[in-house]
Design a protein around this ligand. Structure first.
Ligand SMILES: Cc1cc2nc3c(=O)[nH]c(=O)nc-3n(C[C@H](O)[C@H](O)[C@H](O)COP(=O)(O)OP(=O)(O)OC[C@H]3O[C@@H](n4cnc5c(N)ncnc54)[C@H](O)[C@@H]3O)c2cc1C
Length: 491
C-alpha cells in the first residue's frame, strides 16, 4: 500500500511527488513512457517559467548565483503579481478561474524557489527573452526565468531529486483506470510489461497531461482539421487519464475546444522529436510577414509581443488553405531571427528578389504573393522608428489586415521564406479542481483521495496563453496537489 501514487512523469507529476514525500513515506510515480522517452511535454520545453517578481532581488531567490556583472548589464525590470494577473485575464478573455489564477500567480516565485531547494537550477533567459540595445539587455514580455539545461535539464534534476528522496518511479507503467468506491479513490489499475495489476494507495495525484496526442479526441473536441495538426511534444498524452477520472465521476472544466498551438515546421514529424526539442517552432514572425497558399496575408504579425500571440496563431495557420503558411523575412532582420531558424530541418527558400522568392513558394499563388508583398511594403509607416524592445507602433496603414508594430519593409536581399504548419502544444480542457488541487465531482463535491495538476486541469487557460505559464502551472499545482494528497494519506 502506497501513501500517494502520482500518475505522470513530467514537471507537474515530479513536483507533486516531491511535495508529497515531504510529509509521507511511500510515494510511487507511474510514468507511461519508457525511461528513454520519459518526462512528458516538460522535457520538450525550453524550461522557461513565468513568475511574478518585483525586481532583481526577488529573482535572486531562484537564481542566487547571478553575478554583479550580469546584474549591471541587464535591465530585468519588474513583473508584478498585478501584471501577471492582468496578462492572464487579458489573454484568456477574462475566463480564467479567478481563484486558481490567483494561486498560480501568488505561488509562482515561491514554487520555483522551492524547486531550487530541491536541486533545480535556474538562470535568466537572456538568449530568448531579452534584446541587447546599447550594450544592455532588456527583458520583455514578463518572462525572465529558465531552468538550466532547458526542459531536459529540468526533468533530469527533478527525477534526480525524486530518486534521492526515495520516491519510486515505474517507467512503461500506464494507468488504465482508478480504483474507486463510495469512500473515494483507493488506487490505480496499471498496465506494465503487458500485465495489468491493481496498485493500492491512500491518495492519487493525476498529472498525466492533456489529450493533444490523440487525433480522434482532437477532431472530436477541438473541431474539424485538428487531426491534421502536428504534435509538438510527447506522443503519450492521449487523454487516458482525463477519461479515467471522468469515468470515476470527475467534472470536466474549461476550454475543451481550445488549445495552445503555434507555427511549426511544415514537414516536421507527427510527434515531437527529443533530439530537436522545441526547435521546429518558428517564433520570429513579428519581424516579417505571413503569406498563405492564396498569396495573401491573413493575420496581424505585430499585434503584440510574440509571447502573447504565438499560442493562438497555430489555430490561425491551421485554418488556412492546405493548413500551411510562409513566414517571409529580408536580410535586415536576419540577425534577429531566433536560433530555431538555423536548424537543418527547415523548409525554406532564399532569393535575391521578391519576384524570384514568390516564384519559388511551393503550393502557393506566387503572382498574388508578389502583389501582396508589394502592397505591404507600400503601406509601412517608415517615418516611425523600429524598436524590437517595445511595441513600437511602426505599422502599416490601409491594408485589409494591418500589421500594428515592427512593420519593416521587405527591401534588402537575400529574402527568405520558411514554411510552417500548426503544431499543437497542449489542450486547455480538463478536470475541475478546487484550491487544494482536489478533483471535484460532477455534483460539485470533492472526490475523496483524488487530486490533479498540470495540463490535464481545466479552467485556467482559455483561447490563448502567456508564454512560460505551463511549467509554472504544473509546479504550483503539482506542489499543492502533492501536499494535499499527503495530508489525506496521513488521515
Ligand atoms: C515543444 C514544447 C515547448 C514548450 N515550451 C514551454 C516553455 O518553455 N515553458 C512552459 O512553461 N511551457 C512550455 N511548454 C508547455 C509545457 O510543456 C506544458 O505546459 C507542461 O510541461 C505540462 O506539464 P505536465 O507535467 O502537466 O505534463 P507533461 O510534462 O506532458 O507530463 C505528462 C506525463 O504523463 C504521462 N502519462 C500520460 N498518460 C499516462 C498514463 N495513462 N499513465 C501514466 N503516465 C501517463 C506522460 O508520459 C508524461 O510523462 C512547451 C511544450 C512543448 C511541447
Amino acid at each position: 500500500m502506497y501513501d500517494v501514487i502520482v500518475v505522470g512523469g513530467g514537471n507537474a507529476a515530479l513536483c507533486a511527488a516531491l511535495s508529497a514525500k515531504e510529509t509521507c513515506q511511500r510515494v510511487l510515480v507511474l510514468e507511461r513512457a519508457p525511461e528513454a522517452e520519459s518526462g512528458g511535454n516538460s522535457r520538450f520545453t525550453a524550461g522557461l517559467m513565468r513568475v511574478a517578481y518585483r525586481g532583481v532581488e526577488d529573482l535572486r531567490q531562484a537564481i542566487p548565483d547571478l553575478t554583479a556583472e550580469e546584474i549591471a548589464r541587464t535591465d530585468f525590470g519588474t513583473y508584478t503579481e498585478a501584471q501577471f494577473l492582468d496578462d492572464m485575464a487579458r489573454v484568456t478573455e477574462y475566463r480564467c478561474d479567478p481563484d486558481l489564477t490567483e494561486l498560480l500567480v501568488k505561488n509562482s516565485l515561491p514554487a520555483v524557489t522551492w524547486m531550487r531547494s530541491k536541486g533545480v537550477r535556474f538562470t535568466a533567459a537572456w538568449g530568448r527573452q531579452a534584446f541587447n540595445v546599447g550594450g544592455r539587455f532588456k527583458f520583455w514580455g514578463g518572462l525572465t526565468l529558465e531552468a538550466v539545461g532547458g526542459g531536459p535539464g529540468l526533468v533530469e534534476s527533478l527525477t534526480g531529486a525524486a530518486k534521492k528522496n526515495g520516491i519510486e518511479i515505474w517507467y512503461g507503467a500506464r494507468a488504465v483506470s482508478l480504483l474507486v468506491d463510495d469512500a473515494g479513490v483507493q488506487g490505480v489499475v496499471v498496465k506494465k510489461s503487458g500485465k495489468t495489476t491493481q496498485v493500492k494507495s491512500k491518495a492519487v495525484v493525476l498529472a498525466a497531461g492533456g489529450f493533444q496526442a490523440n487525433p480522434e479526441w482532437r477532431a472530436r473536441y477541438l473541431g474539424p482539421n485538428w487531426e491534421l495538426a502536428k504534435v509538438r511534444g510527447t506522443r503519450f498524452n492521449t487523454g487516458d487519464v482525463i477519461r479515467m477520472a471522468l469515468e470515476a465521476g470527475a467534472a470536466p472544466a474549461g476550454n475543451w475546444s481550445g488549445c495552445h498551438a503555434v507555427a511549426w515546421e511544415r514537414n516536421a514529424p507527427e510527434f515531437g522529436d527529443l533530439a530537436v526539442g522545441d526547435q521546429f517552432q518558428k517564433h520570429s514572425y513579428p519581424w516579417g510577414v505571413y503569406i498563405n497558399a492564396l498569396g495573401r496575408r491573413f493575420v496581424d504579425e505585430g499585434a503584440d509581443f510574440r509571447n502573447y500571440t504565438y499560442a493562438k496563431y497555430g489555430r490561425v495557420i491551421l485554418s488556412q488553405p492546405g493548413q500551411f503558411a510562409w513566414q517571409v523575412f529580408d536580410a535586415k532582420v536576419k540577425a534577429q531571427l531566433r536560433d530555431e531558424y538555423k536548424i537543418r530541418q527547415v523548409t525554406k527558400h532564399t532569393a535575391n528578389s521578391l519576384e524570384e522568392l514568390c516564384a519559388k513558394l511551393d503550393d502557393t499563388d506566387g503572382a498574388a504573393a508578389l502583389q501582396e508583398l508589394r502592397a505591404y511594403n507600400a503601406a509601412v509607416r517608415a517615418d516611425i522608428a523600429f524598436n524590437p524592445n517595445v511595441k513600437d507602433g511602426r505599422r502599416t496603414e490601409g491594408l485589409a489586415i494591418d500589421k500594428s508594430n515592427w512593420a519593416n519593409t521587405l527591401d534588402t536581399p537575400p529574402f527568405e521564406a520558411y514554411a510552417v504548419t500548426c503544431g499543437i502544444t497542449f489542450t486547455f480542457g480538463g478536470l475541475k479542481i478546487d484550491t487544494g488541487a482536489q478533483v471535484l465531482s460532477a455534483d460539485g463535491e470533492p472526490i475523496p483521495g483524488l487530486y490533479a495538476a498540470g495540463e490535464l486541469v481545466g479552467g485556467i487557460f482559455w483561447f490563448n496563453y502567456p508564454g512560460g505559464s505551463g511549467l509554472t502551472n504544473g509546479s504550483v499545482f503539482g506542489r499543492i496537489a502533492g501536499a494535499s494528497a499527503a495530508r489525506a494519506a496521513r488521515g
